[in-house]
Design a protein around this ligand. Structure first.
Ligand code: MN3
Length: 195
């Protein structure tokens, strides 16, 4: 049985970017629903019982079941999203991650601009990702990079409307701008495999 991961902060901690009301809906209802539906999909497909989330999302057999791919992706993506933020977040990364970003983009600000512009360009619902090699990609719906052969992503941003509509209405740009102020760069850097 999969379960909603505990948050490392309170529902009101990310208020610069998302309110307690958004957390109630986004974490408490949307993410919970992915977990519940993933568990239901495993009940209906018992050959996948006992597999880890990573195993489910990287196997052709399990991802060919739409309910496992979509709800498993929803659970994986949101878990990484919550863990990438903190009430004391913001600023810039340090060490190996900052070096990687500067090597690839020239400056931290250029990386922010590139990530923001790719996030703004997502048509409809999806996610923007920072990968291990510093590449930025986007995925639609709840598709997740680990199903596409990429290693554990470093950072992700949810641009489904449910992520920002309560606090920012249709202003995705305003939401993304405030999101940079709650990123937990220590947690993000901790995911680098080669450092
Ligand atoms: Mn979401």
């Amino acid at each position: 049985m999969f379960k909603l991961p505990d948050l490392k902060y309170g529902y009101d901690a990310l208020a610069k970017c998302m309110s307690e009301e958004t957390m109630n809906f986004h974490y408490g209802k949307h993410h919970q629903a992915y977990v519940d539906k993933l568990n239901a999909a495993i009940e209906s497909n018992p050959q996948f019982k006992g597999k880890s989330l990573e195993e489910l999302l990287t196997s052709v057999e399990s991802t060919s079941v739409a309910a496992i791919k979509n709800n498993g992706g929803g659970h994986y993506n949101h878990s990484l999203f919550w863990d990438s933020m903190s009430g004391e977040g913001g600023g810039e990364p340090a060490g190996a991650l900052l070096e990687l970003i500067i090597d690839k983009y020239g400056s931290f600000q250029k990386f922010v601009d590139e990530f923001t512009s790719k996030s703004m360009a997502i048509f409809g619902s999806g996610w923007a990702w920072l990968l291990q090699d510093g590449e930025i990609i986007t995925t639609a719906n709840q598709d997740t990079p680990i199903s596409m052969g990429y290693k554990q992503p470093l950072l992700c941003l949810d641009v489904w409307e449910h992520a920002y509509y309560i606090d920012h209405r249709n202003r995705r740009d305003e939401f993304i701008k405030s999101w940079w102020e709650v990123i937990d760069w220590k947690a993000v850097s901790g995911r680098l495999i080669n450092q």
